[in-house]
Design a protein around this ligand. Sequence first.
Ligand SMILES: Nc1ncnc2c1ncn2[C@@H]1O[C@H](COP(=O)(O)OP(=O)(O)OP(=O)(O)O)[C@@H](O)[C@H]1O
Ligand SMILES: [Mg+2]
Length: 497
Amino acid sequence: MAELLLRMEGISKTFPGTKALDDVTLTLKAGEILALVGENGAGKSTLMNILGGTQKADGGKIIIKGREMGVYSSAGARDAGIGFVHQELFNCRHLTVAENVFMGRLDRYTTRFGFTDYPRINDETKKYLKMFASKIEPAQKIRELKIAGQQVVEIIKSISINCEILIFDEPTSSLTDTETAYLFEIIRHLKANGIGIIYISHRMEEVFALSDRIVVLRDGRLIDTLTTAESTPNTVVGKMVGRNISDFYPQKSSGIGENILEVEGLTVQGLCRDLNFTLRRGEILGLAGLVGAGRTEVICGLCGLIKSETKRVAINGQTVTIKNYSDAIKNGLVYLSEDRKLLGLFLKMMVKQNISATNLKSIRKQIFLNVGKESKIAENYVSKLNIKLHTVDQRVNALSGGNQQKIMVAKWLNTNPRVFILDEPTRGIDIGAKTEIHNMLRDLCNNDTGIIIISSELPEIIGMCDRVMVMHENKIMGEIEGGEINEEAIMKLATAV
Ligand SMILES: Nc1ncnc2c1ncn2[C@@H]1O[C@H](COP(=O)(O)OP(=O)(O)OP(=O)(O)O)[C@@H](O)[C@H]1O
Ligand SMILES: [Mg+2]
């Protein structure tokens, strides 16, 4: 029998207005991978934050290797051998990769003269980067890395403390397939070395590929603990949502109209040259390709978020000039970024302020803001998108990850976009909410609007799009339309075979 590493017993936690956890118990053995699943807002991150010492439980016990823990902080958790790869990235952007990995422990890596021993921390970091076959350099600044790279650093930071219990909160949501494969290899290696792993994911394939047991939470309560080998994805999803959900995508467009967006000769220095494409009214256009194919850059160039040149951009047949992002918004061209923190949300502000921020005009009353109207607009989106929160006066950082994503969608919808571009719109969103967002996008796409979706999930592209444009190494490889859209056709273009 493997040693019992952890027992969390009868854990409860209430936030103002929300019972986030209600009497939850789970155990973890050495060398075991425990999957923790549940819809957005089910309480997964809260439970793990309590284990990781960043939040305090209101009730219950935590027993690590037979010893009941008192109240402890995140440093206390680290000393007790608990590592945590967080859902939201915490890396310090202005520091180097190695400095981030050794953050909080740099005093143990000094030269004789008391300075940080950079050669040593760089060497150590390099060793871990090699495990991921990563091209990242230890001395690079975090801000130079894409999200996926930042996530790799976060993971390395945790495994480098030699923990016995390691928590992963949706680690793969921004990793490429190759990086994910390396991560799985590392996780299995850690397991073989007797480390106990708790793995939060919305992806059933991952849960079934990795885990030994599955803990299902719903609305803060423990619904069931299952043995993976004896269950199926369907039973797990059923327990998660407590109702039947269809995995059908909404009907595709029946009324595609004229061009709503025409892009001619888009060039982003050093990235792409002379691209041409169009979007029609009522159409959902997919932008497919492997991660790193240049999709985000093309769109950022178009929206004035990075420096670019175009021969001509027209919206509704009218030529427009887009020098920066506010020009884009003024012309009804809106981009929902894949990085919530950077371009997306003001985390410390209220939900309603976030939703109204991009369209203050709509709530202006002479020189004042009509706060009542601001709340009404926000509440409308909250109910439409089924956002789980206590009040629209709550700060965004008090919401679960998936619900933050929905706030971001609401925020951009509120600008009444003509051309709505979404970058990985359902990342981190649970299965039920994903369907809601898909339906909502289809409803939104009508006579006056067109939508572009960038997604790395092929089923989403295939299920949602009327037409798909596939990119490979910053070039448009081709287009597929209607009944021709399938996985094989997309992958052929995406991998340039
Ligand atoms: N700091 C906070 N203040 C108030 N409410 C909070 C806070 N943190 C979490 N909550 C609430 O507690 C509940 C559980 O949130 P939690 O983040 O644990 O969900 P989750 O299962 O991790 O969801 P997701 O899949 O979206 O990441 C949610 O209703 C959330 O709004
Ligand atoms: Mg979470």
